[in-house]
Write a protein that binds this ligand. Structure first.
Ligand code: ARG
Length: 460
């Protein structure tokens, strides 16, 4: 086993099991790029304030770059006895450049180092996730334009309620994602602060320049309090709650897609490449991608709970508990990226079976509210109109007909004021076009809302 970088005060080696139990290198090695980036900035800052000579600075930077290249090339051997990504890299640096390598950690602790690494890592991932989320949103907005005239049943209680347009439904999904997008970018602001300089917890006696380090690393500025800097993981929890809500939305979309692709609904078709078959039933084409996304929501919600629970009992400042933040965070990032990628690829390839959605909208008296509104325009109070239409629905339902199948004379039994023009409001097209106000389902409004949504997305 390699000698411990902190071994000075110890009189016996670490227990072999404890060494494995406390090590994080198995999972935190994924931070190597950001760890090295942070170390290079730290070395440059130390040189700027005169703690390192420029000769030492250059030696350290070249050494770190060489270590980086070794890792990228798969030539690096991670050692569990060196515990974590930080000490593995520092030991490799010293092995490569000698005693100067031992100066890198001046004025720094792994406590502020890890907090910096995660923030750098998460910032990059947030940017990648925002781009992927934007790609999915663009796909939904285009689909909404394409299907602006497509009629489908709108549901409440999963029962046919009123006709809507398919495009309107897609824009409802987009609204959920737009809020997620805004939450993500808001969370990024609090991720983008530099904790380095807090050292172990109390700051450091060296004349460090935290603004300079922040600038080198693209942070908006340094964090304000050293104790908070090394103990704060709020930003990870915020990201995680963004993720839980995003996955909740994707899970709801998935539930609808699973229903819509079933033979019973048959509203949409997913391309074969997003589905799988059954090993026993030859006819099956299963919507695995939406189902899996719906299932993965469980682990993302679980990670949010893990992180909240991880933090709830911790006194200031750094505690080793915090090492447990990484696996939930990493898995959340991976899961979010996977689900977004699948959805962004899948949605533009969706086929809408327009005849089926239209036929489904015709069933279930979806224009009953329109008839009531018609009667109101003729002078009835809405409650009375509601009662009259209820009777008409019951009458039509007795012999399996829809409201628009009733003869004018039949309709007039319920209200003598009904005229021939009633059939305009009883049609599906009449029903959706009448709802052209802001937020409504009319095709003209959907086209306009889609344009606005695209603008908002591109200006965000
Ligand atoms: N592996 C640790 C973590 O993930 C790095 C910081 C360790 N600091 C310490 N004093 N043990 O949080």
């Amino acid at each position: 086993a390699a000698a411990k970088l902190w071994g000075g005060r110890f009189s016996e080696p670490t227990d072999a099991f404890v060494e494995r139990f406390t090590a994080s290198v198995g999972f935190d090695q994924r931070l190597y790029h950001h760890d090295i980036r942070g170390s290079i900035a730290h070395a440059r800052m130390l040189a700027k304030v005169g703690v390192l000579t420029s000769e030492e600075e250059h030696q350290i930077i070249e050494g770190l770059e060489a270590v980086h290249a070794d890792i990228e090339a798969g030539r690096f051997e991670w050692s569990v006895s060196l515990e974590d990504v930080h000490m593995n890299i520092e030991a490799a640096l010293t092995e490569r450049i000698g005693v100067t390598g031992k100066k890198l950690h001046t004025g720094r602790s792994r406590n502020d180092q890890i907090a910096t690494d995660i923030r750098l890592y998460l910032r990059d991932e947030i940017d990648a996730i925002a781009a992927e989320l934007g790609r999915l949103q663009s796909g939904l907005i285009e689909l909404a334009e394409r299907e602006a005239d497509t009629i489908m049943p709108g549901f409440t209680h999963l029962q046919s309620a009123q006709p809507v347009t398919f495009g309107h439904h897609m824009l409802a999904w987009n609204e959920m994602l737009q809020r997620d997008h805004e939450r993500l970018l808001d969370c990024r602001k609090r991720v983008n602060r530099l904790p380095l300089g807090a050292a172990a917890l109390a700051g450091t006696s060296y004349p460090i320049d935290r603004y300079y380090t922040a600038e080198l690393l693209g942070f908006d500025g340094p964090t304000a309090n050293s104790l908070d800097s090394v103990s704060d993981r709020d930003f990870a929890i915020e990201f995680s709650s963004f993720a839980a809500l995003l996955l909740t939305h994707l899970s709801r979309f998935s539930e609808e897609l699973v229903l819509w692709t079933s033979a019973q609904f048959s509203f949409v078709d997913l391309p074969d490449r997003f589905c799988t078959g059954s090993s026993i039933m030859p006819q099956k084409k299963n919507p695995d991608v939406p189902e899996l996304v719906r299932g993965k929501t469980g682990r993302v919600n679980g990670h949010l709970m893990s992180l909240l629970t991880l933090m709830k009992g911790q006194p200031l400042a750094y505690n080793k508990d915090n090492q447990e933040d990484k696996e939930p965070l990493f898995d959340t990032v991976d899961t979010v990226k996977g689900c977004l990628r699948a959805y962004a690829d899948m949605m533009p390839a969706l086929t809408v079976k327009r005849e089926n959605t239209r036929a489904a909208a015709r069933r279930g008296f979806a224009t009953a509210t329109d008839l009531a509104d018609y009667l109101v325009r003729q002078g009835l109070a809405f409650r009375d109109a509601h009662e009259v239409v209820g009777q008409a629905v019951a009458y039509a339902d007795r012999d399996g007909r829809d409201l628009e199948d009733l003869e004018l004379a039949e309709l007039q039994q319920f209200s003598a004021t009904i005229r021939e023009d009633v059939y305009e409001v009883l049609t599906l097209e009449g029903s959706v076009s009448a709802r052209a106000h802001v937020g409504g389902t009319a095709p003209v409004r959907v086209r306009e809302a889609a344009r606005e949504a695209a603008q908002r997305l591109n200006s965000g």
